[in-house]
Write a protein that binds this ligand. Structure first.
Ligand SMILES: C[S@@+](CC[C@H](N)C(=O)[O-])C[C@H]1O[C@@H](n2cnc3c(N)ncnc32)[C@H](O)[C@@H]1O
Length: 214
């Protein structure tokens, strides 16, 4: 990870430990020469900096999807609420301005591209093969499963699926990302590749982009 961008990544608001960010950056460097990387769940752009840094180094494009209204746990009264991210006029969460500033300050506007909308809506129109898919959107069961259903089949043969916040034991964290990881393995289309912390990478070993996975 280039030192200048590591500083921006560490300073950015978000939930990604540095070792997991470094892992994501390494995976991005390996995969971006083969096609775009797609992130589901932008928040304020922290993980996008790790992927964007890889794109700056090896070339390539990062697309990142979020409605920017926050997940359940980001809303007022919940564990991960940040009152500074509430739009004063609407009273709604709005992480888009902070994301834009974060990516601009990091100098990654040419590499990191925001897609603003619900992931299910974007998925309904998505037709592009991706070299790397990073699922880190809503962590409720329905949202995590929808993100897999909507995008996992767009990973190209030999491409990488990365799932964040995978905890096998309920006492360590929510189970939805683990269920998605199990679904990917049971599909027969993905095999485990490598794990760092709660971040699990899998490789697509069966089928190609656009062909359904289980
Ligand atoms: C855990 S945060 C992403 C963190 C980010 N990847 C990082 O490491 O810096 C999850 C994000 O998913 C977004 N999100 C949740 N459900 C969504 C949905 N159905 N469609 C689009 N975005 C969603 C939330 O707005 C939130 O910003």
């Amino acid at each position: 990870m280039p030192a200048d961008l590591l500083t921006h990544a560490l300073d950015a608001k978000g939930f990604m430990p540095d070792d997991e960010g470094a892992f994501l950056h390494r995976l991005g460097r390996e995969r971006l020469p083969h096609g775009p990387a797609l992130e589901i769940g932008t928040y304020c752009g922290k993980s996008a900096i790790y992927l964007g840094a890889a794109a700056r180094e090896v070339g390539g494009t990062v697309l990142t999807v979020d409605h920017h209204r926050g997940s359940e746990e980001n809303q007022a009264g919940w564990e991960h609420h940040d009152a500074s991210l509430v739009d004063a006029e609407t009273g709604l969460m709005d992480t888009l301005p902070v994301f834009r500033r974060t990516i601009q300050r990091a100098g990654l506007e040419d590499q990191v591209n925001a897609v603003v909308g619900r992931s299910t809506t974007v998925a309904a129109w998505w037709r592009t093969p991706v070299s790397l898919l990073f699922i880190d959107g809503g962590h409720a069961e329905v949202h995590a499963q929808n993100d897999y259903t909507g995008f996992a089949h767009w990973v190209m043969a030999g491409g990488t699926l990365v799932i964040h916040d995978v905890f096998e034991r309920p006492e360590d964290g929510g189970q939805a990302p683990f269920h998605v990881w199990q679904r990917a393995v049971q599909s027969g289309s993905y095999e485990p590749l490598e794990t760092v912390g709660s971040m699990r990478a899998l490789v697509r070993t069966r089928g190609d982009a656009g062909e359904l996975v289980g």
